[in-house]
Ligand binder design. Sequence first.
Ligand SMILES: [Zn+2]
Length: 167
Amino acid sequence: MVLPVCDVCLRSGTLCQGCENKINSGEISQLDLDISKILFKLGDGKIGFKKTIEIGDVVIIVTDKDQVGKLIGKGGKIVREISKTLKKKVRVVGENSDLKSVAKDILSPARISGINIIYGMDGEQKYKIRVMKDDYRRVPTKLDLLNEIIQQLTGEKTLVVIDRDDY
Ligand SMILES: [Zn+2]
């Protein structure tokens, strides 16, 4: 697992021709570069990621499943540092994870009380993801943005809702 920008660039602080071409062509975004710099500094070159997605005020870092814990850091140390630098909320998700674990990682620290399939009037299938009522304030961003994020990561349509008392 490596960073999208090469070690030489990260060490020197200036971009080599190869990495500059990748940025100019859009293969690497400015966000990828910013996060690479932070991780290179904090992770001794041992922490990498695959790609980043930015939706609203949330940045999602996609990495190998077995790297998720490392990227989050002890007690969330690394993610906090990235979040502080970017001034955005940051969530880490394992590549090719199933809907349940993606939803869990994105909504964290809010807890999920259940996921079930619902069908719209047009027969369209959606996953209804219920967040525990007490965790309402812990949800990282607006519910419609969360749906968008989860759909981009899994290809599944979702409806994130907060649990209520009356059902
Ligand atoms: Zn380079």
